[in-house]
Design a protein. Sequence first.
Length: 372
Amino acid sequence: MNITRIETYPLYAPLTQPYGDANGYKNYRTSFMFRIITESGLEGWGEVVDWLPTLDKGFRERIIPFLLGRDATNHLKLVNTIKKWNQRIAAGVSMALTEILARKAQLSVCDLWGGSYRNAVPIYASFQSYSPSDEWIKSSVQLVQEVMAEGYNKIKVKIGGKTEKEDLQHLRALFDVTEDTVGMAIDGNESYDLSTTFQWIKILESSHPILWFEEPMPMNQINDYQLLRMKSTIPIAGGENKKSVKEVLPLLQQGALDILQPDPMHLGGIEEYRHSLQLARTFGIKVSPHSFDGILSRLYAIFAQACLVPWSKMNEEDIEPIEWDVMENPFNRLIPLQPSAGKVRVPTGIGIGVSIDVELLQKYSWKGEIYH
Ligand code: MG
């Protein structure tokens, strides 16, 4: 099981129209895919999303020399070492080594993890609501309507990047076009203080079926989250940027959240990610993964959600939804998963059960150009 080759595929795709959230606009999408191959020909894919020049240099000068010749079955040890250097790369390597082990065992990832509770998982359509156009509200409403026509019944939209008046105008326009059967999550991207958050809660409580209010305040203000959660009838969600279970723990211990949103790319390894899901369950908390930035990592979120014990007495078939990027993102096609009626089927083949579109990797290959 010695690792003999590692291929890297840095990907870059400029967007036809910028879009964004309270943190600013995106002009491009990037991804760094890589394939780890063992001497017996077993292979596994990994993914990291970060600044490509740094990843490229990091892989060439440190990660590849470190991994070559090592035994791929030493998953935890290898990932823990890399985690000391770079959290996100460790998460990507962890995906690749998981796939290699599943292939070695001739099992699907879910079977390797003890079996799946369900053969499909629900998803929600995740929007980046802002664009530089004066007509951004109109564009946002149009995008939401297109996605509803495709059968999505859960969506997430952004606030916090415009004035409260404009954001409210946007939400009201959305409430006008969405039926009561469409649940809406609102993401504030840590933009507000406690009093403004309460003002939003008052508006949202009387408006529409709200799935959750996501990260309205900076996530390090745990006391404010405790106060908010005590008074809000809308579930409070967050945690996408937590880098370890150790960072997640205080949120759970101090009752800051109703829904934990870990990201498989941020937690330094797929095992640590799964640990965070289990820990949430131990505290009786729901889990709806954050998975906007990666395609392979989203697939691992699907596997983990398929294998997750139901929350309380929830029907085994039902499980909390996974984030599905519905914005322009050419990398979505790297993995052939087709959502239907707000759900996505869990691949059951050996390893990750799907093939990465290698032609697409060539098409979007980053040529070293500078991007901002
Ligand atoms: Mg968010």
